[in-house]
Design a protein around this ligand. Structure first.
Ligand code: BGC
Length: 254
């Protein structure tokens, strides 16, 4: 499906990013694994991708820094000669409310989740235009680009920004043949939800809120990303696909 394509996945060494990097490689793409912590898990993923018969490189780049994003793309071009798919996946949350969030927490969430996606999209699109090809930019957002999560306000603000980045950049880049699509997962079994998953009461409450009654497996998110990166999804742009087990439509039927 993605033979000869080259992809970059930010925050690729854990959670949803890891599943996406593997999924893209399974579909035939060569992959750049971006990471900032745990080089050993990036290394493990690189080896796993090599075993699949695809090429992978790992790059230590802090995506909240524009210079690092440029370096991420430059190293990919050096290794693979082109760029077709850029996945803005790296993300963090503070689980803090409006009233208790510090300036430092706000700035960090916005820089890692939104500034990175803005400039990642810009730098990836510049490269795709330069090489004269079309391209795919996929933003890993959240149900919380549209659905409040009290107690996680900076995260919601960052994902709300990502929602409009997807729409506006999608429209701006359409004439260049570059699509920009958002993927909005609900609750996924990844390290970001570790605290909830290890507290039986919180986990029971979360599952009860999900019509399908369970968290998603990261591979279920990756499957959609692989399809969005493929030729079959050529008419999709400037919108978000939600994979949330129905959580955004949940209703007690009162
Ligand atoms: C957040 C999780 C939350 C999930 C469902 C995700 O985007 O990172 O903390 O559990 O959405 O609400």
């Amino acid at each position: 499906m993605l033979e000869d394509k080259v992809a970059i996945v930010t925050g690729a060494n854990s959670g949803i990013g890891r599943a996406i990097a593997l999924g893209l490689a399974q579909a035939g793409a060569n992959v750049t694994i971006d990471y900032v912590v745990h080089p050993e898990s990036a290394q493990e993923l690189e080896e796993e991708i090599r075993h699949l018969g695809e090429k992978a490189i790992m790059v230590d780049a802090d995506v909240s820094q524009v210079a690092d994003l440029q370096m991420l793309v430059d190293k990919t071009i050096e290794a693979f000669g082109r760029l077709d798919i850029f996945v803005n996946n790296a993300g963090i949350e503070t689980r803090t409310s409006l009233l208790d969030t510090t300036e430092e927490q706000f700035d960090k969430v916005m820089a890692v989740n939104l500034k990175s996606a803005f400039f990642g999209t810009q730098i990836a699109a510049q490269q795709m235009i330069k090489q004269g090809s079309d391209g795919r930019i996929i933003n890993i957002s959240s149900v919380h680009e549209d659905w409040p999560m009290p107690g996680n306000t900076p995260y919601c603000c960052s994902k709300g920004g990502m929602r409009m980045l997807t729409r506006t950049a999608g429209v701006e880049l359409a004439e260049k043949g570059i699509t920009v699509v958002g993927v909005g997962p609900g609750a996924v079994a990844t390290p970001i939800n570790q605290e909830t998953m290890s507290d039986p009461d919180k986990l029971a409450r979360l599952k009860a809120a999900i019509p399908l009654g369970r968290l998603a497996d990261p591979a279920e998110i990756a499957d959609l990303v692989v399809w969005l990166a493929s030729a079959q999804a050529g008419y999709v742009t400037a919108t978000t696909y939600f994979l949330d087990g129905g959580i955004m439509q949940g209703s007690p039927g009162l």
